[in-house]
Design a protein around this ligand. Structure first.
Ligand code: ZN
Length: 118
């Protein structure tokens, strides 16, 4: 089975989350980072695919309800940053908390790009 494509449409998120994500992106850009929306709404098909791949362990993700969003970062040249030591993850978590959201960065099993409604 090939990878069901990830959705990056911010309009698929619940309105309350969408507003907060826009605030977070704005704040991060203001600090000089280059954040972008990595994934918003996830289909059941894609979730099943991720479980099979071993990327996730959750049967039902909040992404499937439009209640979670993943935010990635690019460097100056436009390459996606995956380094877990990157300072942007901490800033993302900071602004997520400030907006009253839960940051995957704070979890024991860290999920740096992940942000969700409480
Ligand atoms: Zn996520």
């Amino acid at each position: 089975m090939s990878e069901p494509k990830q959705c990056r449409d911010i309009n698929k998120l619940k309105a309350d989350l969408r507003k907060k994500i826009l605030n977070i992106l704005y704040a991060l850009k203001h600090e000089g980072y280059h954040p972008f929306v990595l994934e918003t709404l996830r289909s059941a098909e894609r979730q099943a695919w991720l479980i099979k791949k071993g990327t996730t362990w959750t049967k039902h993700s909040r992404h499937q309800d439009g209640e979670a969003c993943d935010i990635g970062f690019k460097d100056e040249r436009g390459s996606v940053i995956w380094d877990s030591a990157f300072t942007g993850w901490g800033r993302l978590a900071h602004y997520a908390r400030e907006q009253g959201l839960v940051a995957g960065h704070d979890w024991k099993k860290r999920d740096c790009p992940h942000v969700e409604l409480p």
